[in-house]
Design a protein around this ligand. Structure first.
Ligand SMILES: [Zn+2]
Length: 187
């Protein structure tokens, strides 16, 4: 299985969401999670490519184009990694895909289940926000393979941010299990 990992946003150009109290940037956490996920998927026998860029689908050349890189590489699975942000109170885990009734929907459910099961063992109060259908997102719309965007937790919420900082290995392992669970369902 060829897995394309896209850590969201781009350090130095687009921080994504931030937690000003804890001095956290979404782009840094996404890259850290992506590097851990890459290692775990390689250990599981996957071929992995990781690309972080602010050029999602051709709008910001000459930065590498994420969607065309994934398409020309012919990835089997595309996973974009992000952190959510809202009002410092909202919490939880959600996974986004283009359309529900699809391989992407199955992949999203597999990843969401592993993340929820794993993080709720560490913190029973973190909510399962479910699968969200987001056909408007470029990385879900312009990718030719099953693609999901994982909103791991809310970076601007103190309890979620603690998980994002202290449980990166656990979060990456859960996402890796979700991806391999999806692949096994197809076999
Ligand atoms: Zn983001």
């Amino acid at each position: 299985m060829k897995v394309f990992i896209n850590p969201g946003h781009m350090p130095g150009i687009d921080s994504g969401a931030v937690n000003r109290v804890l001095h956290l940037q979404e782009c840094d956490i996404a890259l850290s999670l992506g590097n851990l996920l890459e290692g775990k998927l390689k250990n599981a026998g996957c071929i992995v490519r990781l690309l972080q860029s602010d050029n999602l689908c051709g709008e910001a050349p000459p930065a590498p184009n994420i969607c065309s890189a994934a398409n020309s590489w012919a990835a089997d699975v595309f996973v974009s990694l992000h952190c959510n942000s809202y009002n410092t109170v909202a919490r939880g885990i959600e996974t986004l895909c283009y359309v529900w009734d699809s391989h992407a929907g199955i992949l999203a459910q597999a990843i969401q289940k592993q993340l929820v099961d794993t993080l709720q063992k560490l913190d029973q109060t973190i909510p399962d926000r479910g699968i969200k259908i987001r056909p408007d997102l470029a990385v879900l719309r312009c990718t030719a393979m099953p693609a999901v965007l994982v909103e791991t937790a809310f970076i601007d919420n103190a309890d979620d941010a603690l998980l994002l900082v202290s449980q990166q290995e656990t979060i990456a392992a859960a996402i890796a299990r979700g991806i391999t669970d999806y692949w096994c369902q197809l076999c």
